[in-house]
Write a protein that binds this ligand. Structure first.
Ligand SMILES: [Zn+2]
Length: 710
């Protein structure tokens, strides 16, 4: 049954450039959309720049331009970068548009009318000079814990502690340098508690239907443990965004109108008349509650709660459709580490394109992408080898080895028929590759690529066994040679067809050579016979390692050459978002078993070395008031000092005082998490499935507090 689908990628923030981390997501969604269309479904594919927020307002100010001018320039850059990576949106909009304002007001007014909005005063740090409230990342000062200077308002980058900006020593405003003062202001909140039961049910229902990964649902369930707090959705002027109706000086927080941007982009597409078969009236048909169309979001794992709690709550509160699926991917690392500006591995999309072919990275990413939240590593050596050996060596080479003989000896035409043995071979390969349709749909591109390369190996073995270059020397074997060339080029066509979603530009060149224009996977059902092909031109070249080195060098240079406003790490939307998270209680200790998806590959010793595992002696352990899951531990970490860690093992250890003196094992370099009860600085390891089936790991007597576990 053909399906009707609205597919989106997360909206890139309009205060910075597109880098390879963004490309993972846009390429993942683009491959999916192309594959679903080739499988016969109708997919509308939209995205937009997310153009609001304090960061954008301040950056524009610094550059001496209006925010509108800033976001226009960024929009042009973003759309060119994505287009040149082969990411083919039907429409790419901006959240700072009238359509988005109208949709935001519509949803807001519905939430207000149905009683899901409340208002109360909030105390926040205020810059008296600049006359504005300061997001955490716009306040700096001395860390109250380790006394490192120049730390942000929410967390210390030296000792890793998180804190309230009010606790910083000698705080100052990053905007003006002034000493901030605490000030009260009236804020609007969406009452998420109203949606708790609905969301729980929706999460489970979507998990069962395959619309949400189990890892995601399990993670979200931790947020429900202590109830969902109301979500602060307003910001005070000055703010670059939409003013809240009937509330002068109050603006919608950027994360309110960002997801509504999906609707706005789609509405503009419907009204544009640019897409055959899509009309203005289709917009309401797609977004109404109970619509039989689908809405599928692709996002990174840093913005899960926005898409699976806040966004569905807003939609439901406004009596609109809910997402059909929210597909979450991991982050990109380069050579096993976080992208780094100093090492040159923080690569902008444009810098990559100046040195390398977009299809090559698309293929490499596809070969790494599975349906889990696992991070994807761009191993530069493996990238070079895989592209050269798979795409050039196994795929493109089939055509380059056979094309000349077809033109020279057979007038550029394929044989009119194939003998039975070759027909069987073709049918077997075509049948095997059909499994790729389901793999694409399930976002298991890595498995699809493995299957395609298996068939490529069969094709190459066939060519090698029959050695057309030897056959061509014998005029008596012409018919046999014609058969071999015809089947080999049909293998090539099959591979091109199934690789097309991943490497669209190279596949288009392949089909130009074959003088064929298939748009559906079903074109694989029958081979091309008696068909004239076009002259062969090089379809692709190998990666020269020098190109990769040059890209890395250029990434180092482009950092040095970047103007200070863009070069200094400007607070991102995600960091601005941190303060808006409902303070719920994540359980830092016992991710349930399903939340750890098995990785398809082995890890290296370096991966393991990234975990700083230590022995900690329990010097205090107590139940936490108001939590039925948590125990509060204080550990002696030896050289690391004392550590407070919350651990969700109360059900297994109802008498916490019995744990005093134990030498437990904990992860010392896990990012601290601010919880309702205090900061949890690490994670204590235990074995088991959760609940009362949990057993602390500990070290034999003699192990010293702070000792490394290796
Ligand atoms: Zn510190």
């Amino acid at each position: 049954m053909p399906r009707e689908i609205l597919a989106t990628s997360a909206l890139p923030y309009a205060n910075g450039r597109i880098h390879l981390g963004h490309i993972v997501e846009h390429v993942q969604s683009d491959i999916w959309v192309r594959a679903m269309r080739m499988a016969g479904h109708t997919v509308h594919y939209v995205c937009a720049d997310d153009a609001h927020g304090t960061s954008i307002m301040l950056r524009a100010e610094k550059e001496g331009i209006t925010p509108e001018a800033l976001i226009d320039g960024v929009w042009r850059e973003h759309t060119a970068d994505l287009r040149d990576f082969g990411v083919a949106y039907d429409h790419y909009s901006s959240t700072n548009g009238e359509t988005n304002r109208e949709q935001t007001y519509r949803i807001w007014n519905a939430l207000v009318a149905s009683g899901h909005v409340e208002s109360r005063p909030v105390k926040q740090l205020f810059d008296p000079e600049r006359q504005m409230f300061l997001p955490d990342r716009f306040i700096k000062g001395e860390c109250p814990n380790c006394h490192a200077k120049e730390q942000y308002g929410d967390a210390c980058e030296v000792c890793g502690n998180t804190y309230n900006p009010i606790d910083l020593i000698n705080p100052y405003s990053v905007v003006s340098g002034a000493k901030p003062v605490a000030k009260e202001s009236q804020h609007f909140f969406v009452k998420l508690a109203d949606f708790e039961a609905m969301l729980k049910e929706w999460l489970e229902e979507r998990r069962a239907a395959g619309g949400l990964q189990s890892e995601v649902v399990n993670k979200l369930k931790e947020w429900f443990a202590d109830g969902l707090r109301s979500w602060d959705v307003s910001r005070d002027a000055p703010y670059f965004g939409f003013e809240i109706p009937d509330a002068p000086g109050k603006y919608f927080y950027v994360w309110v109108d960002a997801p509504i941007g999906y609707f706005a982009a789609f509405k503009e597409l419907c009204e544009s008349g640019t897409k055959p078969g899509l009309q203005a009236t289709d917009f309401e048909r797609f977004i109404r509650a109970g619509s039989d169309t689908e809405m599928i979001h692709f996002i990174g794992k840093d913005i899960i709660y926005f898409h699976t709690l806040f966004w569905p709550a807003m939609l439901h509160g406004a009596n609109l459709r809910m997402p059909t699926a929210v597909n979450v991917h991991g982050f990109l690392t380069v050579d096993g580490a976080k992208m780094s500006k100093s090492r040159g591995t923080f690569v902008n999309a444009r810098t990559y394109l100046e040195h390398l072919d977009a299809d090559w990275l698309r293929y490499y990413l596809a070969s790494m992408l599975g349906p889990t939240l696992a991070d994807i590593d761009l191993d530069l050596k493996a990238f070079e080898e895989r592209v050269n050996s798979h795409l050039v060596g196994k795929w493109v080479n089939i055509a380059s080895r056979c094309a000349g003989f077809v033109h020279k000896l057979f007038d550029g035409k394929l044989a009119n028929a194939l003998p039975a043995a070759e027909r069987v071979r073709y049918a077997a390969a075509a049948c095997k590759l059909q499994a790729c349709a389901a793999l694409y749909e399930a976002r298991d591109y890595a498995a699809a690529m493995r299957l395609i390369m298996e068939v490529a190996d069969e094709a190459n073995a066939y060519v090698a066994e029959n050695a057309p270059w030897t056959m061509a020397k014998d005029a008596a074997r012409r018919a046999e040679l014609h058969t071999v060339l015809t089947l080999a080029l049909n293998y090539f066509r099959l591979l091109s067809l199934w690789l097309a979603p991943v490497v669209p530009v190279t596949a288009a060149r392949a089909f130009a050579f074959l003088a064929d224009t298939p748009t559906r996977f079903e074109a694989a059902d029958a081979p091309l016979l008696g068909h004239a092909i076009a002259p062969f031109h090089t379809l692709a070249t190998r990666i020269d390692p020098k190109q990769i080195t040059a890209m890395i060098e250029a990434s180092k240079e482009s950092l040095a050459a970047t103007p200070p406003s863009a070069g200094t790490p400007s607070p991102s939307k995600a960091s601005e978002a941190r303060q808006a998270l409902p303070s719920v209680s994540p359980n830092p200790v016992s991710p349930s078993p399903e939340s750890r998806a098995p990785s398809p590959d082995f890890i290296s010793i370096d991966d393991f070395a990234r975990l700083d595992l230590r022995v900690g002696k329990v010097i205090a352990c107590e139940a936490v008031d108001g939590s039925d899951k948590l125990l509060r531990f204080e550990l002696d970490g030896g050289e690391l000092g004392k550590r407070q860690i919350f651990s969700g093992i109360k059900a297994a250890y109802p008498q916490p005082e019995t744990l005093l003196g134990r030498n437990v094992v904990f992860i010392a370099n896990l990012a601290p998490r601010k919880m309702r009860f205090g900061v949890s600085a690490g994670m204590i390891l235990s074995a088991g499935t959760g609940g009362n089936d949990l057993f602390l790991l500990d070290a034999d007597p003699g192990a010293q507090p702070g000792a490394s576990v290796k």
